[in-house]
Design a binder for this molecule. Sequence first.
Ligand SMILES: NC(=O)C1=CN([C@@H]2O[C@H](COP(=O)(O)OP(=O)(O)OC[C@H]3O[C@@H](n4cnc5c(N)ncnc54)[C@H](OP(=O)(O)O)[C@@H]3O)[C@@H](O)[C@H]2O)C=CC1
Ligand SMILES: CC(C)(CO)C(=O)C(=O)O
Length: 308
Amino acid sequence: MRILVLGTGGVGGYFGARLAADGNDVIFVARGAHAEAMRTQGLRVLSANGDLHLERVQLHEDRARTGLVDIVLVAVKMYDLEAAAETLRPLLQIDTAVVPLQNGVEAAAILERKLGRRYVCGGVAYIAAGIEAPGVIRHTGTMARLVFGERQKNESWRLETLEAACRGAGIDAVLTDAIEREVWKKFVFLAPFAAITCLGRTTIGAVREDPVLWPRFVAMVEEAVAVARARGIALPEDIVDERLQLARGLPTTMKSSMLLDLEAGRRLELDWLTGAVLRLGEEAGIATPASREAYEALAPWRAGRTGT
Ligand SMILES: NC(=O)C1=CN([C@@H]2O[C@H](COP(=O)(O)OP(=O)(O)OC[C@H]3O[C@@H](n4cnc5c(N)ncnc54)[C@H](OP(=O)(O)O)[C@@H]3O)[C@@H](O)[C@H]2O)C=CC1
Ligand SMILES: CC(C)(CO)C(=O)C(=O)O
């Protein structure tokens, strides 16, 4: 099974490296100084789950050398998704599974428009990881979980193969027959979590203790759940309480990946997180005032420090 990792950052680098270290045929798409470091020094993962160093990595250089692939793990940021998807088409064969791991609820639909529905599955990544230096991925904490599933059918030999490869590599991976619900389950937590940590420029631990930030977070979770339900997503009855419990149990020092981007002056995924709550809420006739307030406060930073 040949796996293409489209975007070798925190998510793609961590899971791709674990799969490669277990002997899977993994080809990485990377660019810039990070790609150059991977070419000359390999790819290193620093993690409480076990450090690893791939001395040699297969980098995607061109179509001929990469050939056709069986699985694509899509792990570029949302603002890079359409352009990255353009490069995929020549690498796909009839039953290639393209698995988006982005935050938000819109990646699969974007990929379906670009590539066609047959290829595109759904996926969710639970991990906190990033590029610490060129060629080096830093994983924070121990959480490293993948959930994926078919969007058009229940049975999936192609994803069963991926699940087996992940488990062989020590990755906590689950194949689900309700992937749309899983993607929304993460979204109704993650969009508010990203927004509130960015608004406070602080950790979830500090948010929990703050008499202003915590109620704003709760209101945003309630709004996101209302949007999901209005769009026909069958979330569990107790989803708000369950998501708040999740937030209460997170490590005190944990930050969202969007806060790390904000602190580093990078572009934000705001428009696919809080922005999507507003957009999808409007379409469904759901008011989202707490999310709107957060969006408007963060919007000046969405293009990053360089404004590009
Ligand atoms: N980081 C985390 O802990 C988590 C992130 N997520 C989600 O996963 C997705 C990926 O996030 P993350 O891993 O943090 O992102 P990163 O920015 O760490 O990694 C993405 C990588 O893809 C590269 N890239 C983008 N487009 C291309 C291209 N066309 N060709 C080659 N390389 C490309 C980027 O390069 P460059 O830097 O040059 O742009 C970057 O190195 C996001 O949607 C995020 O919300 C989900 C769960 C946890
Ligand atoms: C909350 C977390 C770390 C969980 O995966 C995440 O997805 C993010 O911050 O982007």
